[in-house]
Design a protein. Structure first.
Length: 376
């Protein structure tokens, strides 16, 4: 005869799991009952020891709950960002965590912060909390100031006011305070910059910054990056060509403002060096634009008559200071111009320039570009 095969049904599985769970629950209750009975008997004999044991168990329970057991996660996303603002009290911080649904009850968090004296030392910024975190992890992250950093890229060739705008949009920095500091002569000199302001010395780079970083800290970070870039070797090179460091930064800013094609920086530098040696006006359009009350407006012929020391169509030599914040490539170009005799250049409208050694060649190049523009 063939043996019959018995199939396990869903009902069988349910009965199995329910039975197992009931057995497990009964075992737990039995253990708890035994512990309670033992403590009850011990309490009658040694009450002090028993009280200490109970307190110890309670402390252990809360320690495990605090450090090991993940908090219930009520937020919709797997990760939540919470912003702590400057001046927030610990009570307000706990409220922010509750509003973000990171925690439900902040009593223990608030108690420990006050007990440890760290309730007034929480760093402002944006904090990230993930599902599965514990109360201790939250407390530790806040007290360490483990803020979420954001990459903020400052392109080459921006003025300090445009940099302030980027920082305001990216990390909500106080742009007015940033500009005030960057245009404060005493503040600039306190950082070793011998200039009336920090235009030219806010080095363009990608920075990792946190929300709530103070304007002063950002300014200092950018100036320090400039100092690291402008090495002693570059300072010596400046001396070799009879330039001060300030002259180099000023010329580099002009090159940065003119150079749309990075490969032309040393050629543009050569034009300005050659003109300086001959005592010619530099006639740099971006310096005039910088002098205008609204520097974003297009340059017109009438603007060339603006009476400003930055107007290199009227005043000889370099302008009083940088007109933007140049990158390293333009600083190098200012120090190492190409070995050419060019005295003029004109933009083609395609990002490059035509370079000429004489005014006649320059005018022909301008005419050619205008005709090409009309034919397009």
């Amino acid at each position: 005869m063939k043996s019959e095969q018995k199939h396990i049904t869903i009902t069988d599985w349910i009965i199995f799991f329910v039975s197992t769970f009931l057995i497990f629950l009964s075992s737990i209750l039995l253990v708890i009952s035994g512990v309670v009975f033992a403590l009850f008997r011990l309490a009658r004999r040694r009450p002090v020891f028993t009280l200490a044991s109970v307190i110890g168990v309670m402390i252990l329970f809360f320690a495990i709950r605090w450090m090991v057991i993940p908090i219930p996660w009520r937020a919709d996303a797997e990760s939540v960002h919470v912003t702590i603002e400057n001046g927030d009290s610990m009570t307000r911080i706990v409220q922010r965590l509750k509003e973000a649904r990171v925690i439900e009850d902040g009593t223990s968090l608030l108690f420990l912060a006050k007990l440890s004296g760290k309730d007034r030392k929480i760093q402002a910024g944006s904090y990230s909390f993930e599902k599965g975190t514990t109360l201790y992890s939250i407390f530790s992250k806040l007290t360490r100031g483990d803020v979420t950093l954001r990459e903020v890229t400052i392109p080459e060739g921006l003025t300090l006011r445009r940099i302030a705008g980027i920082l305001n949009r990216q990390i909500e920095i106080d742009s007015l305070e940033f500009v005030r500091l960057a245009t404060d002569k005493r503040f600039a000199q306190s950082m070793g910059i011998a200039a009336s302001n920090l235009e030219g010395y806010l080095f363009p780079d990608t920075y990792r910054l946190s929300w709530g970083t103070t304007p002063e800290k950002v300014v200092r970070v950018m100036v320090e990056q400039f100092k690291k870039t402008f090495t002693d070797g570059l300072t010596r090179r400046a001396g070799e060509i009879d330039f001060s460091s300030a002259d180099v930064v000023t010329l580099a800013s002009m090159i940065e403002a003119e150079a749309r094609d990075g490969n032309e920086r040393d050629l543009i530098s050569a034009v300005y060096h050659n003109r300086l040696r001959r005592g010619m006006l530099l006639q740099c359009d971006p310096t005039v634009i910088y002098a205008l009350p609204e520097p974003d407006r297009p340059l017109l012929l009438k603007h060339l008559e603006v009476d400003s020391p930055y107007n290199t169509y009227k005043y000889p030599g370099l302008p009083p200071g940088p007109i933007c914040n140049p990158g390293k490539a333009s600083i190098i170009a200012a120090l190492y111009p190409a070995d050419v005799n060019y005295l003029y250049f004109v933009a083609t409208g395609k990002g490059s320039h035509i370079f000429s050694t004489s005014l006649t060649q320059h005018n022909l190049a301008r005419t050619k570009i205008k005709r090409a523009g009309r034919n397009r």
